[in-house]
Design a protein around this ligand. Structure first.
Ligand SMILES: [Zn+2]
Length: 239
């Protein structure tokens, strides 16, 4: 199983700028303050609205303009209720498992799960697809729940490696098996729209646990995805 508090000591000598530009992460858990949920959603939206108005004013925007007036409130609502709603554990999808009555023991692959996330270093979108496979142990999971788990972890400020590992960790825990594989293929707008401005690159991360650490199973999974087995998949952060 994965170590939820794994830290990566090789990041310790890097500056904040190094970490931001190279999109490194420092732990599997999304770094949260101990008082993260002392405020209600309504209180958070009020504060964010205030601060976002200050950002817009600082940039010199005229908030008396009809088109801009409502923006701070819209952004606050969008942050708390939509694109960062996955920070709050109360929004974690309720997942019912079913007994594997049909005795299905091959891999199940759910591919092309589209997600929208945001880069935690620049707060601009990450748009991608997740492909998930698992081998049923005693229980199976509703297919739409795989999708919901991806969406839940995507709706946080993220780095792609952490997103991949958080989904993997959640599925291993829920399904009571290490036989889980995930590939995430995503486009980072902070790479295409700013910085190096590479519009064509995408980033692939993968997790292979249990049975999927064997080449044959890994190959079978990649075949289902129509990906060449020797593609540039970076097998990040295996436990
Ligand atoms: Zn970024």
């Amino acid at each position: 199983m994965l170590n939820a508090n794994k830290n990566f000591s090789n990041t310790l000598l890097l500056t904040d700028d190094d970490i931001g530009e190279d999109h490194l992460m420092t732990s599997l858990e999304t770094p949260m303050r101990p008082d993260a949920f002392d405020l209600s959603d309504e209180e958070k939206m009020e504060r964010i609205e205030h601060h976002f108005r200050e950002i817009m004013l600082t940039m010199g925007l005229d908030l008396t303009d009809d088109s801009l007036r409502g923006t701070p409130k819209r952004v606050a609502k969008m942050y708390v209720q939509e694109i960062f709603s996955g920070l709050n554990p109360k929004n974690k999808p309720k997942v019912a498992l079913f007994e594997n009555k049909y005795g299905y023991h091959e891999m199940l692959v759910e591919k092309d799960i589209t997600f929208y996330s945001n880069c935690e270093h620049h707060f601009v979108p990450i748009i991608g697809k997740a492909h998930i496979a698992y081998m049923a142990n005693g229980s199976v999971i509703g297919l739409s729940k795989l999708n919901r788990i991806v969406q839940y972890f995507a709706k946080r400020p993220q780095v792609q490696e952490r997103l991949t590992m958080q989904i993997a960790h959640q599925l291993c825990t829920l399904l009571g098996t290490d036989d889980v594989a995930i590939i995430v293929d995503a486009h980072h707008l902070c790479v295409s729209s700013r910085g190096v401005q590479d519009v064509n690159s995408s980033t692939i991360t993968a997790y292979y646990g249990g049975a999927f650490m064997k080449e044959a199973k890994k190959y079978e999974f990649l075949q289902y995805l129509n990906l060449p087995a020797k593609s540039k998949v970076s097998e990040v952060l295996q436990s």
